[in-house]
Design a protein around this ligand. Structure first.
Ligand code: SF4
Length: 456
């Protein structure tokens, strides 16, 4: 997964992009980058690590111009390199091209082979680089038509920000897998993966970039181009469940509202009568636990405290790193848990490693009974569209029954929300959402690029 941010028409474009990326840090912590464009001259900064470590205020001063775009990235282990950090910036016969991508192209290997066969030389292992090459080869003169030409035949998930000289372009794939919002700030146009990044720079949300839409912004104004729009849409429901920040709106709906509704539905489907209280695995499950509490009448407690200086366990590249970080990241509150029957709400169980570690922590703190409730259905397949869930063999629910999972993670009872319950709870549901990792129904062929090379 990745976060993207762009702005056109502001004297402090690079500084605001840097600020906006801070709100998208949760979408990627392995590398970050910013490109600015100044009267046809592009400059870029890319670095490994989180934003605070990556860029100094002095370095930002070198990014001149009224147009900028930025990217925060996570990947799996193999591709966590500076070569694969985005945004990419290349020179071509028509000037320069910059690109920031959130998503995963499912036919990138075929496209890459075709380009290499006709002489292209790639500088990274990213799927997104095929878009850059196709842009450079496009014949259209208008930047938005150039991008439309480059995107022809590209399959899979993409929310894109592209810079062609001083024109900023935003685009979403026709299925609308990944979010992309548009805002305005003192006459400047702003784009961001989530609206929380508009908030931090003081921009006002205008609307989402529509699935299949290209928006071009430059000194002459704003132009839009609608590519074919796919039906049904495949907006990623996991953005609402886990990935996006609760203070954001994605796909036009409140993430906090979605999570509360998921928690209420979970309590209807899997109540826990006789339990003393409910608590969240913080932070992404806080709103779901609140919803569960409201629906069930069980009090909400803060029984696990999260250390905010450790990254998300879910996106740590190696298993060894994940194991160690569970303990570093969470600490139980013994005074609350001792002797109690408790409901622990989490948004998902992926490998089961983190959950098993958490249940052990809660029991060691004295909990008498642990009832686990999960605000997404069992994950039975990988994501092919931009969230790097592991292969099927590592997904606990793909390899064990629910009873076996309960036994493995060490709980007294385990209840997952149903697929229909989840889709009915999110805003603008139940149709038009991707549920492939939960249902096993994929709307495209499997990607031919190895997961470690996915862009995010
Ligand atoms: S497969 Fe799952 S995580 Fe991936 S886009 Fe679909 S719902 Fe989202």
């Amino acid at each position: 997964m990745c976060g993207i941010f762009g702005i056109s028409g502001h004297d402090s474009a690079a500084v605001l992009t840097h600020l906006g990326l801070y709100s998208l840090q949760h979408r990627g912590q392995e590398s970050a980058g910013i490109i600015a464009s100044d009267n046809g001259r592009g400059t870029s900064l890319r670095a490994m690590g989180m934003l605070g470590d990556a860029f100094s205020p002095e370095a930002l001063k070198g990014l001149a111009g009224r147009t900028a775009l930025g990217h925060t990235r996570y990947s799996t282990a193999g591709a966590s390199t500076i070569e694969n950090a985005q945004p990419s910036l290349v020179q071509f016969r028509g000037g320069h091209i910059g690109l920031a991508h959130n998503g995963n192209l499912t036919n990138a290997t075929e496209l890459r082979q075709a380009l290499e066969g006709s002489g292209s030389i790639f500088s990274s292992t990213m799927d997104s680089e095929v878009i850059v090459h196709r842009l450079a080869r496009a014949h259209s003169k208008q930047p938005e038509r150039q991008l439309a030409e480059a995107l022809q035949g590209i399959e899979g998930a993409y929310s894109l920000l592209v810079l062609i000289n001083d024109t900023l372009l935003a685009a979403r794939d026709p299925n609308g897998w990944r979010p992309l919002a548009m805002g305005t700030l003192n006459g400047a146009t702003v784009f961001a993966s989530e609206t929380c990044a508009l908030d931090i720079v003081g921009a006002t949300y205008v609307r989402d970039v529509e699935p299949g839409e290209i928006i071009a912004v430059d000194a002459t104004g704003i132009r839009t181009l609608q590519l074919e729009r796919a039906t049904p849409l495949h907006r990623c429901v996991f953005e609402h469940v886990y990935f996006a920040r609760p203070d954001s709106r994605v796909f036009g709906g409140s993430v906090d509202g979605a999570r509360r509704a998921l928690g209420r539905q979970l309590a209807i489907e899997h109540p826990a009568p006789g339990a003393d209280f409910v608590f969240a695995v913080p932070d992404s499950s806080n709103a779901a636990a609140l919803g569960f509490s409201v629906q069930s009448g069980l009090p909400l407690e803060h029984a696990l405290i999260r250390n905010h200086y450790v990254g998300r366990t879910f996106i740590q590249p190696t298993q060894q790193g994940r194991d160690a970080k569970v303990k570093v990241k969470y600490n139980p509150v013994r005074e609350i848990l001792a002797g109690k029957s408790v409901v622990m709400v989490d948004d998902s169980i992926v490998r089961g490693t983190t959950t098993r570690g958490l249940v052990a922590l809660v029991r060691a703190a004295g909990a008498r009974e642990v009832h686990m409730r999960v605000s997404s259905p069992p994950i039975i397949g990988p994501c092919w569209y931009g969230i790097d869930t592991p292969d099927k063999k590592e997904l606990i629910a793909a390899n064990m029954s629910i009873d076996q999972v309960a036994q493995h993670i060490g709980v007294d009872s385990l209840g997952y929300i149903s697929l229909d319950g989840m889709l009915g709870a999110v805003p603008d549901g139940p149709t038009g959402f991707c549920d492939s990792c939960f249902s096993g129904n994929y709307p495209t062929a499997a990607p031919t690029i190895a997961s470690k090379q996915r862009m995010g």
